[in-house]
Design a protein around this ligand. Structure first.
Ligand code: DP6
Length: 360
């Protein structure tokens, strides 16, 4: 696969006015992407569960541009959100050679998140994938020979990646790989692809409850975080570790070996945070309550034999992962023992999902 295959093959034959709405989920990485090069290319392969309830809904209103340059406005929850513009401007600048309609149309982008704004949940994966998918839907309408459904999804993932790396993994689900890996057929640095091998039923409807330990702006932006890997003393070992963990995951996913899965997933979460603690400048993104929760999960697992585990993204919130058939016990445990460590007692129940969808 090369970038060139995403270049436009024809000039648009029509000019349209209308709107398209897409709902796209967030995702949670099991093997983490941390470190990138070139134009949004990952230093190692990653894999994630696509989520279901945590999603962004974006309506893209379009009409042929009036002035010399195309213009757009962004609304979050029906309120003008100029602070979103620079990121989207940068996104449009990166993708215009692949989807020239961004220079030919004026847009109004209306977006809402299912999760509370400033809940500390990264909205860039769901937000960028939703916008990328809207643009591909519009392009399909303008092409005299539309792309196949699969090509459209691939292009949406390709564009989403240029907005935010992890967004490439939100177009499809429930398990998506992003980043070239020698043992994963079809994997690519350019797009997220559905995990191509057998997955045991226990991993097919996995539960994920997000404990909101800290809300508000991220302490370290992902751009800053990824850049820390450039001169990092352990970066090469980390990229090898991640790729090695992904190799190990293949038989684990096939055989339904939940214990081995837990070991890799928790190790990945802590390795990600270890990278931040050992970079320069260094950061501790976990909070005391994050550690409390982790210790309580370990204790509960030891004492009950539950298959509960945790992962973290680049912040203090804890993603609790568990099997569907342990759902009622785990939710009870969260209510009685973990909720007190959440900001205002807040947590979000979620599970694996299928990716972005266009709403009629
Ligand atoms: C820790 O995708 O937010 O969540 O490409 O700079 O937008 P950019 O970074 P982003 O990084 C996500 C990092 C992570 C791990 C992961 O999702 O794999």
């Amino acid at each position: 696969m090369t970038e060139d295959q995403f270049l436009p093959t024809e000039t648009y034959s029509s000019q349209l006015e209308g709107s398209v709405t897409v709902q796209s989920p967030s995702n949670i990485a099991l093997i983490k992407y941390w470190g990138k090069y070139g134009e949004q290319l990952p230093k190692n392969a990653s894999i994630s569960f696509t989520l279901s309830n945590c999603h962004t809904k974006t309506t893209l209103k379009y009409k042929p541009k009036i002035g010399e340059d195309s213009v757009f406005e962004v609304y979050l929850d029906e309120t003008l959100a100029p602070n979103f513009k620079p990121k989207i401007e940068q996104f449009f600048a990166r993708i215009e050679r692949y989807i020239p309609l961004v220079k030919e149309y004026d847009f109004i982008i209306e977006t809402t998140n299912s999760f509370p704004h400033s809940s500390g949940i990264a909205s860039s994966a769901s937000g960028m994938s939703a916008l990328a998918m809207c643009l591909v839907e519009l392009e399909q309408k303008l092409l005299s020979e539309p792309m196949s459904h699969e090509q459209g999804l691939q292009k949406a993932s390709f564009l989403a990646r240029l907005g935010s790396g992890s967004a490439a993994r939100s177009i499809e689900g429930p398990l998506v790989v992003w980043g070239k890996h020698p043992k994963i057929k079809g994997s690519s640095n350019l797009v997220g692809t559905l995990y191509p091998y057998e997955v045991h039923p226990v991993f097919q409807d996995y539960q994920n409850t997000i404990l909101l330990v800290e809300t508000g702006e991220k302490q370290v932006s992902s751009t800053v975080g990824h850049n820390l890997m450039h001169d990092h003393p352990f970066s090469e070992q980390r990229f090898q570790q991640a790729n090695g963990n992904l190799s190990k995951l293949t038989p684990i996913l096939k055989e339904g070996d939940v214990e081995a899965f837990i070991n890799i997933v928790e190790s990945e979460a802590l390795s990600l945070h270890a990278m931040m603690m050992t970079s320069n400048p260094y950061f501790i993104l976990m909070k005391p309550n994050t550690l409390e929760i982790i210790n309580r999960i370990w204790k509960y697992r030891r004492e009950t034999g539950s298959h509960i585990c945790f992962t973290l993204d680049a912040g203090a919130n804890v993603h609790v992962l568990y099997l569907k058939n342990e759902k009622s016990e785990v939710l009870q445990f969260i209510q009685s023992e973990l909720k007190i460590f959440c900001k205002e007692g807040k947590f979000i129940e979620d599970r694996t999902g299928k990716g972005a969808k266009t709403l009629k």
